[in-house]
Write a protein of this length. Structure first.
Length: 200
């Protein structure tokens, strides 16, 4: 079957879309425990980029797991497939010329390394939202830790499933020490030069 798949060559290229948008595409990947602040920070970063006329889109666990990945569980195998699909969707969005902000627990290093391979390292920025499990559990924004502790949720990262922290993230955010505003500004300052069209 794969031998019958022949990609079509389209006249509008990714470079054309970047020129039209007046910026390069990028995947900004936020990883960290549930409740660490990934989506909150990504949301503010997107707002700041949008105000600079940067074409953006945010992907997170809720809008992906309710749609394209609604058939997946939280088993280790399905977590890997979850991230694989998100990487492929992000690759398409990069081809569309967008700055994609992806906020996912993404607990396994090998899966995050695979994202770099799929979208190419030059298009990838890894943000480690470093918040202790104790603080995440104290916040428990969605009530997931309480359910995990009572046995209602299996394979909860940080409780009954592992989280492999990045060794060398592009940016590490310590939410117990930094404000959301300060964190978002630091990220925007870091990625802005990467978006310039003359930054070849």
């Amino acid at each position: 079957m794969e031998g019958n798949i022949i990609p079509h060559t389209y006249q509008v290229k990714q470079k054309d879309r970047s020129n039209s948008n007046q910026h390069k595409p990028l995947l900004v990947w936020f990883t960290g425990l549930s409740g660490s602040g990934k989506s909150t920070i990504a949301n503010l970063v997107e707002k700041k980029l949008f105000e600079k006329n940067i074409k953006t889109y945010t992907l997170d666990g809720d809008n992906i797991r309710k749609g394209i990945n609604s058939d997946l569980s939280f088993s280790p195998q399905d977590r890997t497939e979850n991230i694989r699909r998100i990487a492929e969707v992000s690759k398409l969005m990069i081809d569309a010329g967008l700055v994609v902000l992806a906020a996912f627990v993404s607990p396994y290093k090998k899966d995050r390394d695979n994202i770099r391979t799929v979208v190419k390292d030059v298009n990838f920025v890894e943000i480690y939202v470093n918040t202790s499990v104790e603080e995440c559990e104290r916040r428990d924004v969605k009530g997931l830790y309480k359910k995990a502790r009572s046995g209602e949720i299996k394979n909860m990262t940080g409780v009954s499933a592992p989280y492999e922290a990045p060794d060398c993230p592009d940016i590490e955010i310590e939410t117990e020490k930094e404000s959301i505003e300060g964190s978002a500004n630091r990220i925007v300052d870091y990625i802005t030069p990467k978006l310039k069209l003359n930054n070849e």
